[in-house]
Design a protein around this ligand. Structure first.
Ligand code: PBG
Ligand code: ZN
Length: 321
């Protein structure tokens, strides 16, 4: 086997390569911020004020990246997440500003309610036989309304992350009715109830006031259920499927790839923070660990990777050329 491992021959037999075109950079816009605020649990990441949106869009483009996914932190929260679909909401304004600064930047929006609800859950909450919880069907109109408001602001792709049953179908119908037949849906289709979202909940101020998300997100133990979730979203009209988190769930990425649609993997906040913390202590090489984590996510079957390291990686890939 060593014949082809000569240094000079390694590039010829490389099976998987990472490209800047695969990467999507997550960004936080905070209506309460007046300057970039660093996120303590995610060193190197920031919550940006709206007025930085144009600058950030140009920085991202200049780094060589082509796509971002946006999360918003509103000034006010309420039980109905009304800030999430406001025409002048933080995300709607950020999309307009980024698209006008860099028209060919692909701007994806996370479609969920949890940053906008005072209880922190991903939709409408009410009483169930087991106590207060997220109500599935009563939340579908809200989620569809958020998606349409993002579309009207100029989003290129909408990405529902609430894990409601029927969310993709409801959004597809609402988009079509509003004239956005050509707008793709990237569904967070196989999203696990993971401890690795901890740093994000601090970053996006989206922690919940009671309960947890285990009644709507998938148990880490359940592989067949996860594949079924992605398959259902495909049948409802999803254009891109997603597995989230990424590195602990490579078997799910490989299985979802068999469904035939493009697959995105989300290297989540906890995956970022684990590598960042170990690298800050000198325990791991940041560059080597990040590049290995991402090439392995691709090897498993992901076409696209959402990663907070996207900007670093774009710089490293540029140096390697
Ligand atoms: C909101 C949402 C979450 C993430 C993306 N969208 C958090 C959650 O479901 O609690 C996690 C992203 C990350 O950890 O980087 N629905
Ligand atoms: Zn949510």
């Amino acid at each position: 086997m060593r014949r082809l491992r000569k240094r000079s021959l390694q590039p010829l037999v490389r099976e998987t390569t990472l490209s800047v075109h695969d990467l999507i950079m997550p960004l936080f816009f905070d209506e309460n911020a007046s300057e970039p605020v660093s996120i303590a649990s995610m060193p190197g990441q920031f919550r940006y004020p709206l007025r930085e949106a144009g600058t950030v869009a140009r920085d991202i483009r200049d780094a060589g990246l082509g796509a971002v996914i946006l999360f918003g932190i509103p000034k006010a929260k309420d039980p109905e997440a009304s800030g999430a679909y406001a025409a002048d909401g933080i995300i709607q304004a950020a999309v307009r500003a980024m698209k006008s600064a860099v028209p060919d930047l692909v701007v994806i929006t996370d479609v969920c309610a949890c940053e906008y609800t005072d209880h922190g859950h991903c939709g409408i909450v009410g009483d169930t036989a087991e106590g207060p919880d997220l109500l599935n069907d009563p939340s579908l109109d809200l989620i569809a309304r958020i998606a349409v408001s993002h579309a009207k602001s100029g989003a290129d792709i909408v990405a529902p992350s609430c894990m409601l049953d029927g969310m993709v179908g409801a959004i597809r119908r609402a988009l079509d009715d509003a004239g956005f037949c050509d707008l793709p849906i990237m569904s967070y289709s196989s999203k696990f109830a993971s401890a690795l979202y901890g740093p994000f909940r601090e970053a996006a101020d989206s922690g919940f006031s009671f309960g947890d998300r285990s009644t709507y997100q998938i148990s880490p133990s359940n592989r067949r259920e996860a594949i079924l979730e992605s398959d259902l979203d495909r049948s409802e009209g999803a254009d891109i499927l997603m597995v989230k988190p990424a590195s602990f769930y490579l078997d799910i990425i490989a299985a979802v790839r068999e469904l035939g649609l493009p697959v995105a993997a989300y290297q989540v906040s906890g995956e970022y923070s684990m590598i960042a913390a170990a690298a800050d202590r000198g325990w791991l090489s940041r560059r080597e660990t990040v590049l290995e984590s991402l090439v392995c996510i691709k090897r498993a079957g992901a076409d696209l990777i959402i990663t907070y390291f996207a900007r670093d990686v774009a710089g490293w890939l540029h140096e390697e050329r």
